[in-house]
Design a binder for this molecule. Structure first.
Ligand code: 5GP
Length: 204
């Protein structure tokens, strides 16, 4: 049958675009997908759960994990560090699962080098004005943080050129359906079907 090794999906987009909301809907609609939980040194927001949204850890602990080779990639975003724990991702891929990493653009570029088959999806705001209103409406960041995030956002949107797919988040339902369509279509690429095709030819 099709290639049994799992697939890695990189899911990026500027802060405030709605990555978490879209991802939550995607994961509810497609239970077989596995979301990687990142480590971060940033403070937990009120609505976040440790171990579900992130593993909130100290800077020394973050450094210890990097030095032990336990982190697949890490990047600084604003004043905080974010990283992907390596062991679970490798295990899920070996089990044939489709793994989604929510990741900023520098981290995504590092992963693409290590895993060239990773598929990168960029979630795009309908406009920069809309992105700013969403960030302000969220009310979880200081004015200084919002400005920093908007500055980073402009550079991130330029980096969308390095992504395989761009999905506009103008409605959560449409955006999550579009992300799912992209993920489902990956099962039918020649690369994933070539083992099956060889088997069919061997049995002629
Ligand atoms: P936030 O503070 O809004 O949760 O996340 C800030 C940025 O860090 C977002 O762009 C998010 O996608 C990114 N991020 C979350 N986890 C990781 C990770 O493990 N590695 C990298 N490189 N970026 C991450």
């Amino acid at each position: 049958m099709a290639n049994s090794r799992g697939m890695l999906i990189l899911f990026s987009g500027p802060s405030g675009v709605g990555k978490d909301t879209v991802l939550d809907v995607v994961l509810k609609k497609e239970k077989s997908l596995q979301k990687s939980v990142s480590i971060t040194t940033r403070n937990k927001r009120e609505n976040e759960v440790d171990g579900k949204d992130y593993y909130f850890i100290s800077i020394p602990e973050f450094e210890r994990m990097i030095n032990n080779g336990e982190v697949l990639e890490f990047a600084r975003y604003g004043r905080n560090l974010y990283g992907t724990p390596k062991a679970p991702v490798d295990r899920w891929l070996a089990e044939g699962k489709t793994v989604i990493l929510k990741i900023e653009v520098k981290g995504a570029a590092k992963i693409k080098k290590k895993y060239p088959d990773a598929v990168a999806i960029f979630l795009m705001p309908p406009s920069m004005d809309e992105l700013e209103s969403r960030l302000r409406f969220r009310g979880t960041e200081s004015e200084e943080d919002i400005r920093r995030r908007l500055e980073i956002a402009r550079n991130e949107v330029k980096k969308s050129a390095d992504y395989d797919y761009v999905v506009v988040n103008d409605s959560i339902d449409c955006a999550s359906d579009n992300v799912l369509t992209i993920i489902k279509s990956l099962d039918f690429t020649y690369k994933r079907m070539n083992n099956f095709i060889s088997e069919v030819l061997d049995n002629v």
